[in-house]
Design a protein around this ligand. Structure first.
Ligand SMILES: C[S@@+](CC[C@H](N)C(=O)[O-])C[C@H]1O[C@@H](n2cnc3c(N)ncnc32)[C@H](O)[C@@H]1O
Length: 403
């Protein structure tokens, strides 16, 4: 018997399992303490890695497409809302079949895959109830996220190994000739391709709008008082913030809601497909302009030019082109550039950041950048990094000014 601190190993493990159940029951309280949540999650992941056999781990990776296919079917049949509205007693496969008109035998197989994936629970034979995970998919933006990752991204990732083999394992850099073009047999860029498919574009933008759901907004990492200036408070024409490639204006809306008293104009810039879809409730909060960020920036001397999730989609040479289109409008000693993106540490990147990097490689021939790569890129564009705000396990805010 192996004894540590007076307890047998069996006893210690029993205590640990009881502790884990306590944590599960106190789930809501723990979620409110981000530090505790992260530390428990880290420990739980290490525990799974230590307990799983290598073969189990390999199969866990291998079965991910199967899980994603079941999730995609559930989205198509609206199963998350149907099960979610059924209450704790759940809903039967027969009822789901009669509502969706899908074959009951098929539904049982799809639901079985989702039950073992902890998405739904099986409360009786062929009877299913919701979980917090399935309830999360009732929200449109998260369904949009899964639709995009399954229908578009995963096809590029499926073809990535063959593309890399054919290109002698060179880092993909050409946005018109990368894994995405190979997978979809197109010569269009990712965004051109989306543009030509309005339903896919709308779905992508719906996902982007909620991309940071549950994560803190950039202005809680970046000290917004650094944008204060007498010019902004005195001149009604002065522009506070230009959100370049800002999609449906969600970040500017969040900014306005967080700082309702702040002065200065807020300007949203994007391509027509996004600007035309700007929700009516946001129109009075900001000015919206059709603008291609590869052309000179029309708003001169704004206090801040903000880019979120833009540069990771492009190679360094394309980023320099975009950056120079904006630096030409910046006023030395006054304008700031704020870039909200992943800033990878040279060692110890987070899971999210590493996966996003793979996503960028496969779909846009883009990349996530390390701190030194960002500094070198911005330096070449004539910018000096003043500070990088936020912690390394989330997207950060790079504050830069003209050199
Ligand atoms: C990944 S999304 C990011 C949206 C938003 N900034 C966010 O983080 O939620 C990229 C955005 O860039 C826009 N975009 C793509 N090409 C553009 C271009 N040439 N000029 C301006 N915007 C562009 C897209 O329409 C989309 O809204």
């Amino acid at each position: 018997m192996d004894s540590i601190a007076g307890l047998s190993r069996e006893h210690k493990i029993e205590n640990l399992v009881a502790g884990i159940h306590e944590v599960i029951n106190d789930h809501d309280a723990i979620k409110e303490d981000p530090h505790m949540r992260k530390s428990l999650l880290g420990a739980a992941r290490k525990l799974v890695a230590a307990l799983e056999t290598p073969v189990e781990t390999i199969f866990r990776f291998g079965w991910q497409p199967h899980q994603n296919a079941a999730i995609r079917v559930a989205i198509a049949l609206d199963l998350f809302a149907l099960v979610g509205s059924s209450g704790p007693g759940g809903v039967s496969a027969a009822d789901l079949a009669s509502t969706t008109r899908a074959d009951k035998a098929l539904l049982v197989r799809i639901m079985r895959a989702l039950v073992v994936s902890e998405v739904f629970t099986e409360v009786a034979i062929e009877q299913y109830a919701a979980t917090p995970i399935s309830d999360a998919w009732v929200a449109l933006p998260l369904r949009a996220c899964s639709r995009h990752l399954h229908d578009v991204s995963s096809l590029s990732l499926y073809h990535l190994p063959e593309f890399l083999s054919r290109s002698q394992y060179q880092n993909p850099e050409d946005p018109l000739n990368g894994p995405f073009q190979f997978a979809f047999d197109t010569d269009r860029s990712f965004f051109q391709w989306l543009d030509e498919r309005p339903d896919r574009m709308a779905n992508f933008n719906t996902w982007m709008e909620a991309h940071r759901q549950g994560r803190k907004n950039w202005f809680y990492s970046f000290p917004v008082e650094r944008l204060n200036s007498p010019r902004i408070s005195k001149d009604p024409k002065a522009v506070m913030l230009v959100d370049i490639g800002g999609g449906y204006g969600h970040d500017l809306e969040a900014f306005r809601n967080a700082f309702p008293e702040s002065s200065g104009r807020l300007i949203l810039e994007d391509i027509p497909q996004a600007i035309d879809e700007l929700p009516a409730r946001r129109k009075w909060l900001m000015e919206a302009i059709n603008y291609d960020f590869c052309t000179p920036q029309p708003i001169i001397g704004a206090r801040a030019y903000y880019f979120r999730s833009i540069f990771h989609a492009f190679s360094d040479s394309k980023c320099l082109e975009i950056l120079r289109c904006t630096t030409s409008a910046m006023e030395r000693g006054y304008s700031k550039m704020l870039i909200n993106d992943w800033v990878l540490p040279d060692k110890g990147a987070s899971f999210q950041a590493a996966m996003m990097d793979m996503n960028m490689m496969a779909n846009l021939a883009g990349k996530e950048r390390t701190e030194s790569q960002w500094k070198s890129l911005l330096d070449q564009a004539g910018l000096l990094v003043v500070e990088i705000w936020g912690s390394s396990d989330e997207e950060r805010v790079i504050e830069a000014v003209l050199k």
